[in-house]
Design a protein around this ligand. Structure first.
Ligand code: ADP
Length: 219
């Protein structure tokens, strides 16, 4: 078996989140072991994933027999609190080095972190926050990083139109950096000081969250 350990992932729970995640991993070339207690779901994914098994993952012997302790990466995608916590704690006991877990609430997230999950995601909460930024402003996409830094996709405001970036002074005035730019019918290109923006060009802009939001609100 020549697959590097880093690209072998065990995905536990094949609901909407775990299922989509497992398929994307497989698509990107990972070897995926997918486990779910529901035989119907396991059958549904069997053709597209490397290994699938029907399993109650709260049982330590079951996990051992399936070779789960040998994996370097695991994702727990179970919404049920008890099953999620029990499964995650077994992976922590196995000392799986990279454990990702899905939480359905802030309390669930806190417990998962407390018992030793390395990465906790709250898909509905996080996506809700992200979409909020898109609903009210002119932003087309928004990614915020932990340290209050964001990258957004937005439209060029009127005041920056028909000027090279070196003259519109956006970095000084708004504290943002234009990283990339896309014109209708063309791909993205990196922005340079000579790049002349046109009104409603699509821009990729980075900076502190508050600053990029203010910039994206300009029309
Ligand atoms: P989503 O909201 O992403 O659709 P759910 O939390 O509803 O996800 O689904 C989680 C999946 O986890 C379900 O398919 C369920 O069968 C599975 N699951 C729940 N408990 C266990 C368990 N003890 N062992 C294995 N799989 C489980």
């Amino acid at each position: 078996n020549t697959t590097p350990k880093s690209s072998r992932v065990v995905v536990i729970g094949l609901g909407r989140f775990g299922g989509a995640l497992a398929l994307e991993l497989a698509e990107r070339g990972s070897e995926v072991l997918a486990l779910d207690a529901d035989s119907r779901l396991v059958q549904q994914y069997a053709d597209d994933l490397t290994y699938t098994a029907i399993a109650d993952t709260t049982d330590v012997e079951t996990l051992r027999q399936l070779g789960v302790p040998d994996f370097h990466r695991a994702v727990v995608a179970i919404g049920d609190l008890e099953a999620s916590i029990l499964t995650t704690s077994l992976l922590v006991d196995f000392e799986v080095p990279h454990i990702w877990a899905k939480a359905v609430s802030a309390e669930h997230a806190r417990i998962l972190r407390r018992i030793g999950a390395h990465h906790v995601v709250q898909p509905e909460h996080d996506m809700g926050e992200r979409v909020a930024h898109l609903v009210t402003g002119r932003m087309l996409d928004y990614i915020e990083f932990e340290d209050d830094y964001a990258i957004v996709k937005t439209l060029a405001p009127a005041e920056a139109a028909n000027l090279p970036l070196s003259e519109s002074n956006l970095r000084v005035k708004y504290g943002i950096t234009v990283v990339g730019i896309k014109r209708p019918g063309e791909g993205f290109t990196y922005a340079t000081p000579e790049t002349v923006l046109h009104r409603n060009d699509i821009l990729i802009v980075s900076g502190r969250s508050g600053d990029v939001e203010k910039f994206a609100d300009l029309t």
